[in-house]
Design a protein around this ligand. Structure first.
Ligand code: UD1
Ligand code: CA
Length: 493
């Protein structure tokens, strides 16, 4: 069966959201890596409407800019100075070109509402031929919500009364208006013309449309959701955190049901758009943000934060912070590793403990195993970078690139001063400072040659534990501390 597509969805986002106590408009606060508004728009898109309108007013430019950047096909409607949800929808309808069909109304601050619920609402509404179908829920504490007024036998919805306008009996009703509806477009347009601001808040109530539609002979129905979280709004930061946590729980459950092992859902945070392949394991303390994509059979964590990062099949990422990196299949990263934008690690490569990389393309099977900084570099296949090597890419004014060929052996504690190139199959000694290009196959060494000043500790550190240790070692080896005459002279020079 083909699901019915509504003519339009109108998302209301003109309200001030003062209880957030924020300079950022409420609907732009994010959970699970997306603004509240983009959660609402994504759900609305999933209902496949012909037109999608967002009604704005408070901080209108910021909200409109955000929409333009996130979904340019959204139509932005401005609410005028007349307050209320009814007026908001009326302003939204000015952007809707259709004259018949179903219009859904949703809120920009209800982030858990999903496309399947909107599709079900559309379907139930169109199947019943009702003028209005309102999505309702039974809640323990209905304070503040509009209450659903039903006929004596409960089969019909007579209307909605706002909390502020309700009497004691009506306030005892626990079935609430979610604020999400399916309307017959023509009925909605006509009914809104009759809505006034004659109520406790002096607002044009959208809820008045229900009684008006009935008065015109239309049927009003309710779709009751058993999942009250779906329709909950975020009004303050306490609710924002609660909804963020619940959304995260749902995202994790979706991944687990799709074949991802998540060892500890209580300490794992995964944004809405993250993708994870089958049989991948996510260990405790992991946050996966933004456009992160993880392949199959990978292992991530414990204690890792990956932002806009790609991890290919079978890779292992341990205690790592990564922004905008690509980690090849079968590669290993960590522990205590910081990958910055432009890092591309080849298949079966390695970036080990206490390394930082940036703008660095590291070839397949190449290794940067310990304590290194690799910035603005290209490293060829199979090359090994010795422990504590620094790619000195910055001369204080400009950044320069370093190129290291294939199967190169860079010794420990090297400084590669960019711009510089090391040819394929070349090598460097420990402690080399590479300032000149090295041809393929050459060995570069420039460390100062070592001399030993024998007996130095006995003369200069007499009476210390070091002297005792040195004497004992020499005694045990049957050696005496050298006369040290030559050494002494050289030492004095
Ligand atoms: C509204 C309903 C109430 C329902 C509740 C569910 C009315 C009159 N009341 O309450 O029955 O139980 O939602 O949360 O509709 N908005 C605008 N322009 C406005 C006013 C509001 O765009 O002039 C938007 C807000 O940004 C928000 C949504 O509409 O996204 C709801 O506004 P809010 O003030 O939170 O709802 P209430 O009017 O209290
Ligand atoms: Ca209000």
């Amino acid at each position: 069966m083909v699901c019915p597509a509504p003519a339009a969805v109108i998302v209301l986002a003109a309200g001030a959201g003062t209880r957030m106590k924020s300079r950022t408009p409420k609907v732009l606060h994010p959970i699970a890596g997306r603004s509240l508004l983009m959660h609402a728009v994504t759900a609305a898109r999933g209902a496949e409407p012909k037109e999608l309108v967002v009604v704005v007013r408070h901080e209108r430019d910021q909200v409109a800019e955000h929409l333009e950047a996130s979904d340019a096909a959204v139509l932005v409607a401005d609410q005028d100075e007349v307050p209320g949800t009814g007026r908001a929808v009326q302003c939204g309808l000015e952007k809707v070109t259709a004259s018949e069909g179903t219009v859904l109304v949703t809120y920009g601050d209800v982030p858990l509402l999903d496309a399947p619920t909107l599709r079900e609402l559309t379907e139930v509404h169109e199947d019943s031929g009702a003028a209005v179908t309102v999505l309702t829920a039974h809640v323990d504490d209905p304070t503040g919500y509009g209450r659903i007024l039903r006929s004596d036998d409960g089969s019909e919805v007579l209307g909605i009364v706002e909390h502020k306008d309700a009497d004691e009996t009506q306030r005892a009703i626990h079935e609430i208006n979610s604020g999400i509806y399916a309307f017959d477009l023509a009925v909605l347009r006509r009914a809104l013309d009759e809505v006034t601001t004659d109520n406790a808040q002096g607002e044009m109530y959208l809820t008045d449309v229900l009684a008006i539609a009935r008065a015109h002979g239309g049927a009003v129905r309710a779709l009751v959701t058993g999942d009250a979280m779906l329709v909950e709004g975020a009004n303050n930061r306490v609710q924002l955190a609660q909804l963020g946590k619940e959304l995260n729980r749902r995202i994790l459950e979706r991944h687990m049901r799709a074949g991802v092992t998540i060892i500890d859902p209580d300490t794992t945070w995964i944004d809405a758009d993250v993708q994870i392949g089958q049989d991948t394991t996510i260990r405790p303390g992991v946050q996966l943000h933004g456009a992160t994509v993880i392949g199959q059979d990978a292992q991530v964590g414990p204690d890792s934060t990956l932002i806009d990062t790609r991890v290919d099949d079978g890779a292992q990422v341990v205690r790592t912070e990564s922004h905008g990196a690509v980690i090849g299949a079968g590669a290993t990263v960590g522990p205590f590793t910081y990958l910055r934008p432009g890092t591309v690690l080849g298949e079966s490569g390695k970036i080990g403990g206490f390394c930082e990389t940036k703008n660095a393309v590291i070839g397949p099977k190449a290794k940067v195993p310990h304590l290194s900084y690799v910035g603005d570099a290209e490293i060829g296949e199979g090359t090994n970078i010795g422990a504590a090597t620094i790619f000195a890419n910055y001369d204080g004014v400009n950044k320069h690139r370093t190129t290291v060929g294939k199967h190169v052996r860079v010794g420990s504690d090297n400084v590669l001063v960019a711009p510089v190139a090391i040819g394929d199959g070349a090598a460097t000694g420990a402690g080399t400072t590479v300032r000149k290009d090295i041809p393929p196959g050459a060995l570069a060494v420039n460390a100062v040659s070592q001399r030993n000043v024998e007996g130095w500790t006995m003369r200069r550190r007499a009476g210390t534990a070091a002297e005792q240790a040195a004497r004992a070692a020499l005694d045990a080896a049957g050696q005496t501390p050298g006369s040290g005459q030559d050494d002494k002279e050289r030492e004095q020079r």
